[in-house]
Structure formats: C-alpha cells, structure tokens
Design a protein around this ligand. Structure first.
Ligand code: WT7
Length: 643
C-alpha cells in the first residue's frame, strides 16, 4: 500500500474545485464534450464565437480540429483584454541570473513592448503564417517575441538556448524561417552563453536570405553582418506602440516546437490557437488553483513546452503574475530557489524532479534558512518523481503544508493531461493521479488490447482534447505514423504506466527509444548519429541508465574503426563532439568501448540487453539465444564492470 495524503479540509473549502465538483465536471466533459468545451471556451474573448466545437478522429488520416469556426487573437487574450482591469498589475516578474537584478513588467508595459516589437517584425516583412525562430535566453524579450508573433499571426519556433548551432540550423531550415530573433549573449549561473555567435554559425548552414534581429542583453561586443543583422534596440525605440491584433482562425497555427522522437530528426510539433489557449488557461487555473493575488513561478525555460504553456500562455490568459527566472537553482548558491521565493513572495512553485533531487542531496539546512511562508502549492513536471523525493519536497520545502501536483503531460499534449487538483484529489507520492477534464487515458497491452481495472501497460488516449498537437509541421504522414499507428484508433504517448485499485496512474517511463535526461527529451538515435559522424567511430548504440540526479543518464557503447585505439583523450573528444553536434544537454555521461554490439542474426541491435548492462543488471538478461554472437555480451559485461 502506498501512502496517501488526503485533501485537507481547508483546501477542500477554499479551492475552486472539490471532490464532488471534479467528479461532476469530469463526467460531463467526457459525456458531452461539445457542451463542456463550448462552455470552457467562454473564458476567452473571441472575435467570432465558435459554434462548431469538436471535430476529431484518430482513425485513417487523423483529423484534430477544435472550435474550427471561431476567431480570436491569442496575444489579445493574453495582454489587451486585461488592460482595463489590471493595466497596472504586474504581468511578469523577471528575476535575473544576478540576484541583485530584477524587473517588474505590468500588463500595460507588456502591451507596449509587444506592440512595438510586432511593428518591428512587420517592418521586416514578417506576415501572417510566416515562421519566426526565437533563440533567446530567459529574458522578457523572449515573452515579447512570442506574443508579438501571435499578435501578427506569425508562427513562432522557439529553440532552447542550450542547443548547438547545428541544431539551431536544422530547426531554422525545417521551419523555413526567414528571421531569427536572438540577443548578443546570455548568462546562466554567471557563465556566458554566446547566442549571437551560435546564430552566426547556424546561419552558415541556412539560405542566404535568413536575417537576424538582435536584442542587446549582456552588452557583449558582437560582429554585425551588414544587410543581414538588425539591431533591435533603435527599431524598438522608433516603433509605434499601436498594432491591432490580427484576426485568426482557431485552427491557425500558433507555434512549432521541436521535440525528439525514437527515430530520425526532431519533429516540429504544431499547435494551433483556440483549443491550445483554452486548454493551457483552464489547466493552469484548475491544477494550480490560480487566483488573483497569487505569485506564480514555473522554473522551466521558454525553450520547452512547459515554458510556453505554463510560464507564458496559460498564466497570461488568466491575467496572472508570472515569474520568469534567468538563472539556475545553484547560483550564486544552492539556496537560490528559496531566496527568490522569499524575495517575491511566491505562492505557487512549479519545478522539475531533477532540480529537487540535486537540492535534496545537500540536506534540509539550506532550505530551512529561508521562510517560504508565502508558498501554498507545489508542482512537479518532466519525469516521474520518486516517492522519497516527493516526500522531501512536501515536508522540507512545503513545510508539510502545501499539496504537490505531479503533472504528467508532453510537448504533444499542449497542456497537463494527468494531475491532481489540489482541493479535489487525494495525493499519493509518485503518482500523477487522475485525468484532467476531457482526458480519457487507457492502458493497452502490446497487441493493443484495452486493459481493465488495476493493470500495467502502454499509456494511450482514447479521444482528443483541445490542447492536442495537430500535426508534425510539414509531415502529416509522420504524425499519423508516430502517434496513431502503433495502436489503431488511439493516441500513443510513448509512455508506460500502471493503474492502481483507485484508478490512479503511475507513469513508469518511456517504452520507446526516447530517454529523459533531467526532464529533457532526447532520442537515442540522435546521439548515435552524432557519434557515428565522428571519423574514429564505426558504430554506436546509446541507451538511458538510472542516474541519481538526472533521472536518466546517457550511456554510449562505441565501436571504433579498426585502426583506432581507444584512449582517455578520445573519450573526452567524443563527449565534446556530441556537445558540439547537439548541445550541452546531450553530453554523454558514460562512453564504453565496445568491440562488438549484441545483434540478432538479422543485424538488429538488442537494446534490451544494452540497457541491462548499462544499469549494472547482469543476471537477468533475458533470452539471448537469438544473438548472432553471444560472446559479445560477456565482453561487454566485463568492460562494464571495469568502468
Ligand atoms: C515526457 C514528455 C510536459 C512537460 C515536460 C516534458 C515524461 C513528463 C511527467 C510526470 C512522469 C513525466 C514522460 C513524457 N514526463 N511529465 N509528471 N511524471 N513522467 O515534456 O519533453 O515532451 O517529455 O516526459 O515520459 O512522455 P516532453
């Protein structure tokens, strides 16, 4: 039996949703999706109210449309409509990497900045439907840029600042962006990040007509290429602050966000306007019980979907005060999170298990030095949270007073699908608990048969929800193949899960060749391609293995070319090589030399065995009888033991 942390009386009374309300709303949402989601859409301001609500099919060509005859502007909903009531309310609290610097941006200021930037973009020729790549650190300009795109109907593609020039180039080219918004440089944990320099390198691999719009942030002296690079500063000063929001169809694209899969290059996940915003805003309000007066902080980066939905779009659509943090949890010291919470009186705090684990390692003392009295709710996202870590987060960070919402979702889902609601759902440490309104999870076995009652299997969704991705940008066939072909008629998440006797879901992790490193998704195939691109490497196989802080680490088996000798220097060179090819987030944790890889007679690498060996589990390798050369395995085990 697992521990249960029941909803407190106070939460049941004061939160916007208690047990009875959750049950009633959930029932209605699945029995009458059209009625339910029509009502939920009323939280937005529409230029034309939708009358056709749900038009979706997971069969055949797969069609996902919500609110398809509605018209709205996402930026208007996140900014303009709040001006009358909350023009002087803080929209964004910006906390710099340097603990002595912060800035508060009201809705009025946000409006002015966004309109100016929107006019700057227009003057550069950006039109409705054009793609704009955003390569910025966690500074307010990132929010201005995303909202400015939404305002004029351009589709943004944010690329995380930790990606390499090559990765940036791939994303610019796949989206066929003609403009990249960046800044001179970033700073994280006191260390400089050369964003403009990276963008310059990326553009060497892009068409000649791609331009750079550059903000100044760190004051770094960077070369500007005539006719290509544009300094945003003077243009922003001159630009008019009057820019009417574009009238957009609910199904017009809002953004593309690239994410890793089990095969090939990262996919451009496409989200559209109406359904996405309804879903992001509704989940933000219910899961975090957001109310006027809350100071809400999500520690993610805007380069990931969490930053899109729960730093920017969800909170701003709700007229919230959202905190944006440029730095890292350990700079200038490991008390930074708690210092920021006390400094800005944060009431809702949403972070990732990897951060909690790294801070938990340093013990209770650094946390206890802070007050954290303002906190009332904690959240977790990105990977399964170990029950022990959950309990520490609850007892030490939350002083046993704050419920924890463990939110399960994906880039593809647009918003949270499985999570507790703090006033309505009893908590079990390590479980994401129950589905949100309109979400119908199911477990299927490997043949696609639905499993009933308590069970363990592949996690699928039976029907659509408004925040669901619509397609893979430019490749609908890949969308259908990736998500709807493994189990016919269902959306396949790629995750495994267990459902207990109370119907609670426990995510067990990916069942495909995707690994989750510190809450960041990586395809093992991507790392393998990077490795084999090195001249010394003949073959490589990459798997995840259990890592105390990162959740999963990157374990690489590398077979060298016949004439190359393994060495410590070569090992370092390969690590640096992968960092350069993909970015620091893909740094291999372990490289093991492999004279051969375990393959079937048809040449397929048996990753199951490689995962076991990487995890130091040598006893239970399963069936090895189909291997072409079973001796390879013994050799790999010996090498693993001596690592
Ligand atoms: C994968 C999606 C969605 C925000 C960040 C990650 C894993 C995410 C949880 C959770 C267990 C989780 C899943 C999922 N994941 N949240 N609360 N418990 N696992 O987005 O990069 O698209 O990754 O992250 O494996 O499939 P993403």
């Amino acid at each position: 039996m697992s521990d249960v942390f029941p909803v407190s009386e106070q939460w049941a009374e004061t939160s916007r949703c208690d047990k009875a309300k959750y049950r009633a709303m959930y029932e209605r949402s699945v029995k009458d999706p059209d009625g339910f989601w029509a009502e939920m859409a009323e939280r937005l301001d529409w230029m034309r109210k939708p009358t056709r609500i749900k038009n979706t099919s997971f069969e055949g060509d797969v069609r996902i449309r919500w609110y398809e005859d509605g018209e709205l502007n996402v930026c208007y909903n996140c900014v303009d409509r709040h001006l009358e009531k909350r023009g002087d309310q803080v929209a964004i609290i910006w906390e710099a990497d340097d603990p002595n610097i912060d800035r508060k941006i009201t809705y009025r200021e946000l409006h002015e900045k966004v309109c100016k930037l929107a006019n700057v973009l227009k003057a550069q020729g950006v039109k409705k439907g054009d793609r704009v790549t955003i390569y910025l650190p966690m500074i307010p300009e990132a929010a201005y840029a995303m909202l400015a795109c939404a305002r004029i109907g351009a589709i943004h593609s944010v690329v995380f600042g930790g990606f390499s020039p090559d990765s940036l180039a791939d994303r610019i080219n796949d989206a066929q962006s003609k403009l990249v918004i960046t800044c001179d440089g970033g700073v994280r944990g006191g260390r400089a990040v050369p964003l403009k320099e990276n963008a310059d390198k990326a553009l060497e691999k892009c068409p000649a007509d791609v331009k750079i719009l550059m903000f100044r942030h760190t004051g770094l002296d960077v070369p500007m290429k005539k006719g290509r690079d544009i300094d945003a500063g003077p243009l922003m000063k001159e630009a008019s602050a009057d820019c009417p929001p574009e009238r957009m169809n609910a199904e017009d694209p809002l953004f593309i966000l690239y994410t890793s899969g089990s095969t090939g290059k990262p996919k451009g996940v496409l989200h559209t306007s109406g359904g996405y915003l309804v879903y992001a805003a509704l989940t933000h309000e219910y899961v975090f019980d957001y109310k006027d007066g809350d100071i809400y902080w999500c520690t993610a980066d805007v380069g990931w979907v969490t930053g899109h939905s729960y730093i920017l779009y969800g909170p701003l659509a709700n007229g919230a005060t959202t905190l944006m943090f440029e730095g890292i949890p350990t700079y200038p010291s490991i008390t930074r999170f708690w210092d920021v919470i006390d400094k800005h009186k944060v009431t809702i705090f949403y972070t990732a298990p990897t951060a909690i684990r790294s801070l938990m390692q340093k013990g209770d003392e650094p946390v206890k030095k802070s007050s954290r009295k303002s906190l009332r709710l904690l959240g977790s996202v990105g990977e399964p949270i170990n029950p022990e870590v959950w309990k520490w987060y609850h007892r030490v960070v939350g002083d046993s007073r704050c419920p924890i919402v463990d939110t399960w979702w994906q880039t593809e889902t647009g918003g949270i699908l499985i999570s507790a609601l703090p006033g309505a759902i009893d908590l079990k440490p390590g479980s994401a608990t129950l589905p949100f309104f309109g979400v119908q999870p199911a477990l299927v076995d490997n043949d696609g048969k639905i499993l009933e009652g308590p069970a363990e299997g592949n996690l699928v969704m039976v029907d659509s929800w408004p925040g669901q991705m619509r397609t893979v940008y430019g490749d609908h066939e890949r969308f259908v193949q990736t998500y709807f072909s493994t189990f016919k008629g269902y959306y396949f998440t790629g995750d495994g899960a267990r459902r207990d006797e109370d119907g609670y879901y426990w995510i067990t992790g990916r069942v495909d060749d995707v690994i989750n490193v510190s809450g960041h998704r990586l395809g093992t195939a991507e790392v393998e391609s990077a490795l084999v691109a090195h001249p010394a490497v003949a073959e490589a196989a990459v798997v995840g293995y259990p890592h105390d802080i990162k959740g999963q680490g990157i374990f690489c088996y590398v077979t060298l070319q016949a004439d190359i000798e393994p060495s410590e220097d070569l090992r370092k060179e390969l690590v640096a090589w992968v960092r350069k090819e993909i970015g620091p987030i893909a740094s291999p944790d372990v490289i093991q030399w492999a004279p051969g890889l375990p393959k079937t007679r048809s040449g397929k690498i048996m990753r199951r065995i490689l995962r076991k060996i990487a995890a130091n589990e040598f006893d239970n390798l399963g069936d090895t009888s189909t291997l072409a050369d079973p001796a390879v395995v013994d050799e790999l085990i010996e090498n693993r033991k001596s690592l």
